[in-house]
Design a protein around this ligand. Structure first.
Ligand code: DOR
Length: 453
């Protein structure tokens, strides 16, 4: 990576790991943070590139512990090259990719392939997540030790739950020894059956089969019991229901080793969005045709769920925000709601969506940054702490964003191949302006202006 010197002049620096929230300059040298504070002009190295960042926020780059990069196997939906560029545009400097690829990430060779492709084509740090079970088939445990030795940072069969309770127990037992979390997609299929959206008024009105909240909550309760039994590190992926929150809260109070994430869409959108027209059903015409871009697993839920999740995130009961970025090709999203694939393209809208919580007063800006940096790093383990701070000497993974800038979502501008967002045409407030990984600018909104002295 390039190691030029960069001076980021005058942003509001928010670094929750250091309890820092103040206007300061950041000097980057040799890919690392060299200094933070007031840096007088005569101390700026001669060949230093200067980024004028007055009015912007600078924070450690965001860490996404849950995204789908689709490579290998589904390169028509996303690649490591396009997915990491989407991450950079979203302010993420580290992403962890889920193993529902083809072949799945259930052996060291696939882990090596992803690491190699990421080195060659990626612009942000990529850490693979390995399968809990061989082939994600849920029948027998994967070679977890082999996967850990190859460099996976967690285990998951995401897209599917670890359905067999005894396999979940065994994986948690191993996770205690390996020191890596098991991220489970909690969804009892006996309850969710052929459901395609949240059970409730909207599903009934549309005549679509619903998924009850209990499908998530019963499995979350089971997994918490198993984490308590084994001492293994449980992580609940994409929590979507109000009822999961007290389970988590009580488990944490008992000292169970459990963490959880929530997605930007579950924090901001309700199941009314399934109706199309952004959930604003007005007039005699009633709803438009449903919007398959709202189809996601777990599904968008009620206003009460959305509010409970925002509160749980603010209180720290939910540890972090993760995107569940799930890009799909157009054909996968055409047809009926039942036929369409589950998933939303999220990386490039995550910050703007999550900032709604700050603008509405549910969360401070510092807490939001914490849930995008320190929170996810804590889930991954102590080795990741240095990627979640701007302490001098740590890697210069930095995002610069304007929390007040309004912009209209136009998926044609996405770096992701996945244009499947229900937010098309909506206005978000808060935009990433530049992203640095190891001191290198990997995204800049105004590439020509940045660097002008
Ligand atoms: O909506 C989803 N899409 N949820 C998942 O769990 C999997 C993901 C995908 O891979 O498309």
């Amino acid at each position: 990576m390039a190691s030029e010197s960069i001076l980021i002049r005058g942003p509001r620096v928010i670094d929750p790991a250091q309890g820092l929230d103040k206007v300061a300059d950041i000097l980057v040298r040799g890919g690392k943070v060299a200094a933070i504070g007031r840096i007088p002009s005569d101390e700026v190295p001669e060949d230093c590139r200067v980024i004028e960042a007055g009015g912007l926020v600078a924070s450690p780059g965001f860490i996404d512990i849950h995204c789908h990069l689709r490579e290998p196997g589904f390169e028509y939906k996303e690649t490591i090259a396009t997915g990491t560029r989407a991450a950079a545009r979203g302010g993420f400097t580290t992403v962890c990719c889920m193993p529902n690829t083809e072949p799945p990430i259930d052996n060291a060779a696939v882990v090596e392939f992803i690491k190699e492709r990421s080195r060659a084509e990626g612009v942000v740090r990529v850490f693979p997540i390995g399968c809990v079970t061989k082939g994600r088939r849920g029948k027998e445990l994967s070679e977890m030790e082999e996967l850990a030795a190859a460099g996976v940072v967690a285990f998951s069969d995401d897209g599917d739950p670890v359905y067999d309770a005894n396999i979940m127990r065994l994986s948690l037992t191993y996770s205690a020894d390996l020191g890596l979390p098991i991220s489970n997609h909690c969804q009892d299929r006996a309850l969710s059956r052929n459901g395609v959206m949240a059970e409730g008024w909207t599903a009934t009105r549309l005549g679509l089969p619903g998924i009850p909240a209990a499908a998530e909550e019963t499995m979350a309760a089971r997994d918490i019991s198993l984490a308590e039994l084994t001492g293994g590190r449980l992580h609940l992926a994409h929590v979507s229901t109000a009822g999961t929150v007290p389970l988590l809260r009580q488990a944490k109070e008992r000292g169970v080793p459990v963490t959880a994430e929530v997605c930007p869409h579950h924090l901001t959108l309700t199941d009314r969005w399934v109706l199309g027209a952004r959930g604003e059903v007005t007039g005699a015409a009633g709803p438009q045709a449903y919007d398959t871009y709202t189809k996601v697993y777990p599904p968008l839920r009620s206003r009460q769920d959305v509010e409970a999740l925002a509160r749980a995130l603010a209180e720290g009961v939910i540890d972090c925000i993760a995107t569940d970025h799930a890009p799909h090709d157009l054909t996968s999203k055409q047809g009926t709601y039942q036929e369409a694939a589950f998933g939303i393209s999220v990386l490039e809208t995550a910050l703007g969506s999550a900032l709604q919580l700050v603008h509405r007063g549910h969360l401070t800006l510092g807490a939001l940054v914490e849930r995008l940096t320190v929170g996810p790093a804590r889930v991954l383990g102590p080795a990741f702490a240095e990627l979640a701070t701007l302490k001098p000497g740590t890697p210069a993974d930095i995002v610069l964003f304007d929390p007040a800038r309004e912009w209209v979502v136009d998926p044609a501008e996405f770096a992701s191949k996945g244009v499947n967002t229900p937010l098309q045409g909506t206005t978000l407030k808060g935009k990433v302006v530049a992203t640095l990984v190891q001191g290198r600018v990997v995204f800049s909104e105004t590439p020509d202006e940045i660097g002008a002295r």
